[in-house]
Design a protein. Structure first.
Length: 238
């Protein structure tokens, strides 16, 4: 059985940092990544994900069957918890769960959407976002392309692509929350403002966009929303 290249014994960005230091990879200018290289990176990630899932099905067969059963027939709450668990176990190999949560977060049914947003909020903070800003694949391309073929190179490419995808996913999440911050229902607005504040307070990624979205709510027509926003900005010392 093939062993996945990317291990899940540490946070993905810690694995990446150590590997990039070893390979002397440093970010450069953000250049357009050639289609051929992008296709190669996608294929590497697909194969590594398949290898990871094959190992899980063999080593943790009962747990895998239990989670798959929940994803098929469980309640919304159970399904969301299962997706969170999968991502926490190995973010790189369970990107599909992040995508599923984003799709649910975009649903018109607000209960589903907000519950999914809350699951994503938990994952951004606990498992997905490092204590630095994420970088697009184009900033790593020159360094990656110059490496000789090896498992370390393949591993480095997978991690760079994962970071690229997570960066785009997080942008999608912020756009959704900004939209909900202008909802007609006060409860939806309140939860959205809480998400904006927490992400801004906890992680540096897209801080200007988050701050802009939060400041915008100072002018909300509902006084309690505007007051809450003012209080949250005060907590941020802004």
């Amino acid at each position: 059985m093939k062993t996945p290249l990317v291990t899940n014994d540490s946070m993905w960005f810690e694995v990446q940092r150590e590997l990039y230091q070893k390979l002397n990879i440093t970010p450069g200018d953000n250049i357009k990544v050639p289609d051929v290289f992008m296709k190669e990176a996608e294929e590497l990630m697909t194969r590594d994900t398949a290898a990871y899932k094959a190992v899980q099905e063999k080593v943790n067969k009962s747990d895998t069957e239990w989670i798959n059963s929940i994803l098929l027939t469980g309640t919304l709450s159970d399904k969301l918890s299962a997706h969170v668990l999968l991502v926490q176990e190995s973010p790189v190999h369970n990107l599909s769960s992040v995508n599923t949560l984003l799709s649910l977060a975009a649903k018109n049914e607000k209960r589903v959407a907000l519950s999914s947003c809350d699951s994503l909020r938990q994952l951004w903070i606990s498992s997905l976002l490092p204590e630095r800003k994420l970088k697009p694949l184009g900033e790593y391309y020159t360094g990656l392309k110059s490496l000789k073929s090896s498992q370390d190179k393949d591993r480095a490419i997978i991690l760079a692509l994962f970071e690229h995808k997570i960066r785009n996913s997080y942008l999608g999440f912020i756009h959704l929350v900004r939209r909900y911050a202008h909802d007609t229902v006060a409860e939806v607005k309140t939860k959205s403002i809480d998400y904006l504040f927490e992400m801004l307070a906890m992680k540096p990624e897209q801080e200007q966009m988050l701050l802009s979205a939060l400041v915008d709510k100072l002018a909300d027509p509902l006084k309690k929303i505007a007051s809450k926003t003012q209080y949250l900005l005060f907590k941020l010392n802004i």
